[in-house]
Design a protein around this ligand. Structure first.
Ligand SMILES: C[S@@+](CC[C@H](N)C(=O)[O-])C[C@H]1O[C@@H](n2cnc3c(N)ncnc32)[C@H](O)[C@@H]1O
Length: 281
């Protein structure tokens, strides 16, 4: 159920989201979301990263890598397995605890997980800078201020280092499924907030507790201009017709294990994108 609550400030909305993330960290690591995150497979040696990320990042062995909004650390630890010296940052203390537990179960001793807000990453990390900064998937929509985000990304990326983003495309984010028809659900101009009260999460759709979450829409120009303003040069933007999750199982089919695309007959639109930006020297 979509709703608007204009009496709520963005800070109050973020605080409400944090409350849900504290809960979902545990549900995703040890409850109903464990399957989505393939926790047992990961412990047994699997990798959680989409193949295109592995290709785009290149050889990470020995490089310092910061994963912003790392959630329960599945991707962070997959990069650690590929030899990166990893730090994960998330504002939900429970996510940090689950990430540390997962690292232990995976036998990874040198991963570091830090609790803090992405907008304050510079202060939280004491000014440390990294050769690779990645935001993983499903990060941007939780942030009300992309300028503050880009400033923080710039502060933690070493000169000549790279920022990697992976997200659902703005075209997918604006759609809703109504009686089998994909329909635009809002005006894309405005970087507006949308609030939803529902049970379940993307990783645990049957989780019974009703919760309200708030997201902020983004467009390419908002992302790119914020990054350019804060000292990044955009190197590559790639759109794909595959997603590592499924927004509406009715209209999606598996393209390969762990990935989905729109069924035949639906218009082919870009579903996910990656963006690589280099920090100026
Ligand atoms: C959808 S999850 C990220 C999923 C992750 N990329 C993955 O695939 O496992 C979003 C994460 O962002 C974190 N988060 C949201 N807003 C944040 C903020 N302002 N600062 C730090 N972390 C934040 C949440 O706690 C949550 O763990």
């Amino acid at each position: 159920m979509m709703n608007e609550d204009s009496s709520l400030s963005n800070e109050e909305a973020v605080a409400e989201n944090l409350d849900s993330w504290r809960l979902y960290a545990q549900v995703h690591a040890r409850g109903e979301g464990k399957e989505f995150y393939r926790i047992d497979d990961l412990v047994a040696g699997a990798c959680s990263l989409p193949p295109w990320e592995v290709e785009e990042f290149g050889d990470v062995n020995g490089k310092s890598l910061l994963h912003l909004q790392c959630h329960i650390g599945t991707d962070t630890l997959s990069w650690a397995r590929r030899g990166a010296k990893v730090t994960g940052l998330d504002f939900a203390q429970e996510a940090i605890e689950e990430a540390n537990l997962l690292a232990k179960n995976m036998g990874i001793e040198d991963a570091r997980f830090v609790c803090g807000r992405v907008e304050q990453a510079e202060e939280v990390l004491g000014g440390e800078q990294f050769e690779i900064v990645t935001t993983g998937r499903g990060a941007l929509c939780w942030l009300p201020d992309l300028d503050a985000w880009a400033r923080a990304c710039s502060a933690v990326t070493a000169p000549g280092g790279r920022l990697h983003l992976e997200e659902a495309t703005p075209s997918l984010m604006m759609l809703d499924l109504k009686e089998g028809v994909l329909t635009p659900r809002f005006d894309q101009f405005g970087h507006r907030r949308s609030s939803e009260t529902s049970t379940g999460s993307y990783a645990a759709p049957d989780y019974p507790e009703l919760r309200r979450t708030h997201c902020w829409e983004y467009r390419y120009d908002l992302i790119i201009n914020a990054l350019v303003k804060h000292g990044f040069v955009i190197e590559k933007l790639t759109e794909r017709e595959e997603l590592p999750w499924t927004p509406w199982p009715e209209v999606f089919e598996q393209s390969r294990p762990g990935f989905w695309k729109l069924k035949e007959g639906y218009p082919r639109i870009p579903l996910s994108f990656t963006l690589i930006a280099k920090k100026s020297q």
